[in-house]
Design a protein around this ligand. Structure first.
Ligand code: ZN
Length: 454
């Protein structure tokens, strides 16, 4: 067949620097050699509308979309996908234990069949607005080459759409399917991505566009979150203790526990070294485990009613986020925490507590090889665009992401996204030039992966 002759011709052009496949053998890209791939990439890059990527990012940032409140952003991306010729679906996401019902937006570009498929994944929810912003976080402000707002990670979401647009405009015929999953509730443990996967979204490879400063991230921590409730007994502090009706301040009791849990934001010692957590140090997880005390609320009843400071609080709740190393689980952490707290209880008969593990968290680390086909593709695309290799992060990232759920579903991939330095803090921002570079890279990855044979 003429097609086969053509294929053989292409294979001869491929040199020994061609990528090593997942099975460790050098293998051609089944139809696309290095020379041809560079041509393919140049063709696609020429069609990237960087200005449109920045504009779509900017307009997406102007739509508030806290976890469980992504509907307007989901509709915005749905409309944008349709405008750019992507088959779009608004997918309802049912209520979860930690989040209201919400929406995913899923875009599909069908390949003609027989090719490798790719998922580009990004979340639409963002952090709450903290004090300290000097710009309107929803103002779409661009100043001195920086775009301000919750760029994490609707900026990358917009780049995905313009990347697919560039591939379409370049006239590249895809063999495998491209799926763009813009999801809700990633900040609640990946609620939207888990739902998308359960509904049948699948692929050979994924790229999660989480902020990585366009560096390659192939491993990250897990994030186990829990509530520690320390319990007291309410009474007015001006009344006397009477037998059987003693007042106990839950706030006073929890204050003794806090120093024992820490240090915060530092590598925690293991039990052999005086810490409370059981773990074995893991290669490439050098700064982990660590924890953060994210919120503490004391007051009366389950609502922590704060209106009566004259009353001894009967409940004080600390929310903890523990970033883990391989081998730690939420159950190992629960057992460790129980052991620590039982120590307090053995010395103080008034010390009582409850532990409530969050049902939605990232309970395992994500670990993938930087030598996978998809990682090599992203590295090559980055080099083609920027003239140098991207940094490949050896140590695990401290952020947990939906890469965990995608890899658990058998899809291979990595994290590569714009922004990072000014992430998750007041005046969060991103260099607009990074958005253009990210869009080019995503377009190259689509064009390469989705034209490979299975
Ligand atoms: Zn994120």
């Amino acid at each position: 067949m003429p097609g086969m002759m053509h294929d053989r011709g292409l294979r001869r052009q491929i040199d020994e620097t061609r990528p090593i496949a997942d099975d460790g053998k050098r293998r051609d890209l089944r139809g696309v050699g290095r020379v041809d791939r560079n041509q393919l990439w140049d063709k696609v890059i020429a069609q990237v509308d960087g200005k449109a990527a920045v504009d779509l990012s900017r307009r997406a940032l102007m739509i508030p979309s806290l976890s469980g409140q992504e509907e307007n952003a989901a509709r915005f991306f749905f409309d944008a996908m349709q405008r750019y010729g992507i088959d779009a679906e608004l997918q309802p996401v049912p209520e979860s234990p930690t989040m209201n019902a919400s929406w995913n937006t899923i875009g599909r570009v069908k390949g003609k069949g027989g090719g490798k498929s790719l998922i580009l994944n990004g979340h639409m929810d963002h952090n709450p607005t903290a004090d300290g912003w000097t710009k309107d976080p929803f103002g779409g402000v661009i100043e001195d080459g920086w775009l301000y707002g919750f760029v994490h990670m609707k900026a990358a979401d917009a780049c995905f759409i313009l990347a697919a647009d560039a591939v379409r405009k370049a006239g590249i015929a895809l063999k495998g399917d491209l799926t763009i999953t813009l999801v809700s509730g990633e900040l609640r443990g990946g609620v939207g991505t888990k739902h998308a996967l359960a509904s049948g979204v699948t692929g050979d490879y994924f790229v999660v566009g989480e902020p990585s400063e366009l560096e390659i991230v192939t491993r990250h921590t897990g994030s186990v979150t829990l509530k520690l409730h320390v319990l007291g007994k309410m009474k007015h502090f001006a009344t006397r203790d009477v037998p059987g009706a003693k007042g106990i301040s839950a706030i006073e009791k929890i204050a003794k526990v806090l120093p024992a849990l820490g240090p915060c934001h530092k590598l925690l010692p293991d039990r052999k070294n005086g810490g409370w957590l059981t773990f074995e140090p893991a290669a490439n997880f050098a700064d982990l485990p660590q924890l953060n005390m994210g919120s503490i609320r004391g007051g009366i009843g389950r609502e922590h009613n704060p209106t009566r400071p004259a009353l001894l609080a009967d409940r004080c709740t600390l929310q903890l986020d523990i970033r883990i190393v391989p081998g730690m689980t939420k159950h190992s952490i629960e057992a460790d925490l129980k052991r620590l707290l039982d120590g307090f209880a053995s010395e103080d008969e008034d010390f009582r507590y409850e532990i409530e593990l969050d049902p939605d968290s990232f309970p395992l680390p994500f670990v993938e090889s930087p030598d996978s086909d998809i990682a090599r593709c992203v590295i090559d695309a980055h080099r083609h665009i920027n003239g140098e290799n991207p940094a490949i992060r050896e140590n695990a990232n401290m952020g947990a992401t939906d890469a965990l759920w995608l890899s658990q579903a058998g899809v291979r991939g990595l994290i590569y996204g714009p922004t990072g330095r000014y992430l998750s803090r007041p005046d969060e921002r991103c260099e607009v030039e990074d958005l253009v570079r990210a869009t080019k890279a995503y377009a190259c990855v689509i064009a390469d992966i989705c034209t490979r044979d299975r």
